[in-house]
Write a protein that binds this ligand. Structure first.
Ligand code: 5GP
Ligand code: MG
Length: 172
């Protein structure tokens, strides 16, 4: 594996995002929705960097189904989604790749009539975008390589790495 982004750089970026989000949502009812499973690491670090009262919920989205293949249909499980009517929603995921996952989550969230919806991701593979929408907050733009760590898995492993690494030929 080749390390792409060190843990300390992720931590300072997440703190910076948290401060920005706190400034922009101050005085407004905020609900942060993490996208399971890859979004759990960012959501847990990010909410502790947002110095505001907020609520937390989760939604489960799967497209890769544990394999490093191209994304198929996106399945949403909305069982853990709290009531978001009259709240400002920030959806937090690990990575924006084609954008289809976040778009599906946000389309669903909009049907529940929140005041607003924005997206936040740690990583953004800018050149892979397939939809006409972009994340409002992002940590780092990365090239089109398969990455693991900080929530991102390969066959359900490596999610707990505190840094982001790219898998190389022999790693698959
Ligand atoms: P999208 O729907 O934007 O194409 O893909 C988003 C989802 O695909 C992410 O939440 C993540 O689960 C998965 N994904 C996309 N690129 C990568 C990658 O480089 N590494 C890993 N581990 N997962 C990825
Ligand atoms: Mg994911």
């Amino acid at each position: 594996m080749k390390r792409l982004i060190e843990a300390a750089d992720i931590q300072s970026k997440v703190s910076e995002l948290g401060r920005r989000i706190a400034d922009e949502y101050r005085g407004r009812p905020l609900t942060v929705i993490g996208v399971l499973t890859g979004g759990v690491v960012l959501v847990s670090d990010l909410i502790r960097s947002i110095d505001l009262p907020l609520r937390v919920g989760m939604i489960h989205a799967s497209s890769y189904r544990g394999k490093a293949t191209s994304p198929g249909d996106i399945t949403l499980d909305v069982e853990l989604l709290p009531d978001i009517r009259d709240r400002h929603v920030l959806v937090v995921d690990d990575i924006f790749d084609t954008g289809r996952t976040l778009a599906a989550v946000i389309d669903h969230i909009r049907t529940a009539n929140p005041c607003s919806v924005r997206g936040a991701v740690l990583l953004w593979k800018e050149r892979r975008r397939e939809i006409d929408w972009e994340p409002h907050y992002f940590g780092f733009k990365i090239p089109d390589v398969f990455v693991v760590g900080y929530g991102l898995d390969y066959n359900d492993e490596h999610r707990s790495l505190p840094y982001v690494a790219a898998l190389e030929e022999g790693d698959f």
